[in-house]
Design a binder for this molecule. Structure first.
Ligand SMILES: Cc1cc2nc3c(=O)[nH]c(=O)nc-3n(C[C@H](O)[C@H](O)[C@H](O)COP(=O)(O)OP(=O)(O)OC[C@H]3O[C@@H](n4cnc5c(N)ncnc54)[C@H](O)[C@@H]3O)c2cc1C
Length: 452
C-alpha cells in the first residue's frame, strides 16, 4: 500500500506530526524501531507545549498523569544565590503550569494517541534504508524477526531523533563545537516527598569554574527526582585513563560532581539512586539540509541543541506542527516555498534558543541565578525599568517563546551585549539586596497552587 506520509520514529516529533496529519485526512504510516514504553531522557517540558497538547487532544491525560511545573530556579552550587522564574508572571492561566513527564509513559501516550487518530503504527520496526531520489520515497524496514519489507510514500518525515537516519546517511550532520557537552544522569528516590518536588520547579545549578556545565534536578514523580550533570567534553580529557581502566568511572564522576554542590548533596541526604548512570554524548549538531521535494527532518533528527532550557520536546513537537501545517497543501501544489517559509520559522527558533544558551555559558554577561524578582525596587528609574523589561523577556524565553518573535529577541540579545548596561543592572541587584531588603530572588509563592 502507498501512503501519503511515512514517518521514521515515534518520539514526540513523529507522533505529533502523525496525529496532526491524519487529522487532516492524509494516510500516514509511522515506523518505530523500539517497542513502547521505552526509556528516554528529557523529562521537563515548557508551557508553550500546552497549545499543542490541546490540538492533539491529550491535555486531560497530561493533567491526570504528570506533575505540574510552574517555573524554573537557577542557583549557584551552594543554593545561596538563586532566582526563580515563575511562568505565571508572563503566561496567562492556565497555560503557565507546564509538566514534568516520565518519558516512557509520555511517549507511549502520544504514540497511542496517534494510533487512535488513524495513524498506522508499527513498533519494533526499524527503517534501515530510505531512498529519496525518485518522486516517491521507498523505505526498507526490518521487523523484530528480521524480515524486511518496503514501504512507499509520497513524502517522508524523518523523526528518528539523535539517530538522524536521513542526515547521517547523506553526511549532512555537523557538530556545534562550542556546545559539545556530555550528560550523565540517573534517578533518586526519597522516603518522603521532598520540598523540591512539592513546588514542582525544575532547578538548574551553575557548575562554576572551567567545566562550562550545569546540574539539573527534575521532579519526575512524587518521590523521585532525575538528576543530571552536564559538562563540556574537554573537561573529561583528564579522565582518559579512568575511562579505559575503570568501569565505574562514570558513576564516580557523576557522584563527585553532585557532591561538589552542597545544595544537591544536602538535598540527597535521605535519597537513594535507583538506576544506572546514563551517559549522553555527541551533544549539539545540525543537519545542513533539512528538507527537500519529498522529505523533511523534524525534531532532533534535524538539529539538537544543548537542552539547558528544557527546550527539546517542545522544539520536537513545534517543528512537527509547523511542517504538518503546510504538508497537505504542499502535497497538492508541490510549491517548495511553503517548506522554505516553515523552515525559516524553524531556523529562527533554533537561533533564538542558541543565543539564550550562549548567554547562559557566559555568566559574566548574565548570571541567571543572580537576577531579582519584579517585586524589587521602590525608586524606579530608567535602568530599573529596562531591567524589568529584560527580566520579563527572559521569562517568556524560558517558557518557550522561540519561534514566532525571533526579531524582537534579536534586539534584546544585542542590547545585552552592552557590558555597561549589564553592570548597571548588577548594581541594582546589589542595591536591592543590601539596602532595601525587599523581596529578593526566592519566590516562595511560585508553585503554591499546582492545579489548573
Ligand atoms: C541529556 C539530555 C537532557 C535532556 N533534557 C530535556 C528536558 O529536560 N526537556 C526537554 O524538553 N528535552 C530534553 N532533552 C531533549 C529531548 O530528549 C529531545 O529533544 C526529544 O526527545 C526529541 O524528540 P524527537 O521525537 O525528535 O526524538 P526522540 O524522542 O529521540 O524519538 C526518536 C524516535 O525514533 C526512533 N528511531 C530512531 N531510529 C529509528 C529507525 N532507524 N527506525 C525507526 N525508528 C527509529 C527512536 O527509537 C525514538 O523512539 C534532553 C536531551 C538530552 C540528551
Amino acid at each position: 500500500m502507498k501512503y501519503d506520509i511515512a514517518i521514521i520514529g515515534g518520539g514526540p516529533a513523529g507522533s505529533t506530526a502523525g496525529c496532526l496529519l491524519a487529522k487532516k485526512g492524509l494516510s500516514v504510516i509511522l515506523l518505530e524501531k523500539e517497542s513502547f514504553p521505552r526509556p528516554h531522557v528529557g523529562e521537563s517540558l515548557l508551557p508553550f507545549c500546552y497549545d499543542i497538547f490541546v490540538k492533539l487532544g491529550v491535555l486531560d491525560k497530561m493533567k491526570e498523569k504528570f506533575l505540574r511545573k510552574p517555573g524554573a530556579i537557577f542557583c549557584n552550587k551552594s543554593g545561596e544565590v538563586e532566582t526563580t522564574y515563575c511562568f505565571k508572571h508572563v503566561v496567562e492561566n492556565p497555560k503557565h503550569l507546564s509538566f514534568h513527564v516520565r518519558r516512557d509513559e509520555f511517549d507511549k501516550m502520544l504514540l497511542d494517541n496517534a494510533r487512535s487518530n488513524s495513524v498506522t503504527v508499527h513498533e519494533s520496526t526499524r527503517v534501515s534504508k530510505v531512498d529519496i531520489s525518485g518522486n516517491e520515497v521507498q523505505l526498507e524496514v526490518e521487523g523484530s524477526n528480521s524480515e524486511t519489507d518496503t514501504v512507499t510514500a509520497r513524502f517522508v518525515l524523518d523523526a528518528s531523533g539523535r539517530e538522524g537516519v536521513i542526515a547521517r546517511k547523506n553526511n549532512w550532520r555537523r557538530p556545534m563545537e562550542d556546545l559539545d557537552r556530555v550528560a550523565f544522569h540517573s534517578y533518586w528516590n526519597f522516603p518522603e516527598v521532598p520540598d523540591e518536588v512539592k513546588r514542582g520547579l525544575i532547578r538548574i545549578v551553575y557548575l562554576e569554574g572551567d567545566k562550562k556545565g550545569w546540574i539539573w534536578c527534575i521532579p519526575v514523580d512524587n518521590k523521585r527526582i532525575s538528576i543530571g550533570v552536564v559538562v563540556d567534553k574537554d573537561s573529561l580529557s583528564g579522565f582518559k585513563d579512568q575511562r579505559t581502566n575503570d568501569k565505574n568511572w562514570a558513576i564516580d564522576f557523576y557522584e563527585s560532581e553532585i557532591e561538589s554542590s552542597s545544595f544537591i548533596s544536602n538535598m540527597l541526604e535521605e535519597a537513594t539512586r535507583d538506576e544506572k548512570v546514563w551517559i549522553n554524548g555527541d551533544y549539539s549538531y545540525s543537519s545542513k539540509v533539512k528538507y527537500g521535494n519529498n522529505f523533511a527532518l523534524i525534531g532532533d533528527s534535524g538539529q539538537f541543541i544543548d537542552p539547558i532550557f528544557s527546550s527539546g520536546v517542545f522544539i520536537a513537537m513545534k517543528t512537527a506542527q509547523i511542517v504538518a501545517d503546510v504538508l497537505p497543501e504542499y502535497l497538492n501544489t508541490k510549491d517548495l516555498q511553503l517548506l522554505d517559509k516553515s523552515y525559516d520559522t524553524i531556523a529562527n527558533g533554533y537561533e533564538t534558543v542558541g543565543k539564550l544558551i550562549s548567554m547562559y555559558y557566559n555568566p559574566q554577561m548574565l548570571d541567571f541565578s543572580e537576577m531579582v524578582t519584579s517585586e524589587m525596587g521602590k525608586d524606579e528609574n530608567d535602568d530599573f525599568t529596562e531591567f524589568k523589561g529584560a527580566y520579563t523577556m527572559l521569562h517568556y524565553l524560558l517558557a518557550g517563546d522561540f519561534f514566532e518573535k525571533g526579531h524582537i529577541y534579536k534586539e534584546f540579545f544585542e542590547s545585552l551585549k552592552d557590558g555597561r548596561k549589564f553592570k548597571r543592572w548588577k548594581s541594582l541587584v546589589n542595591w536591592d539586596k543590601e539596602e532595601s531588603g525587599v523581596f529578593y530572588n526566592r519566590d516562595e509563592r511560585c508553585g503554591e497552587n499546582l492545579h489548573a
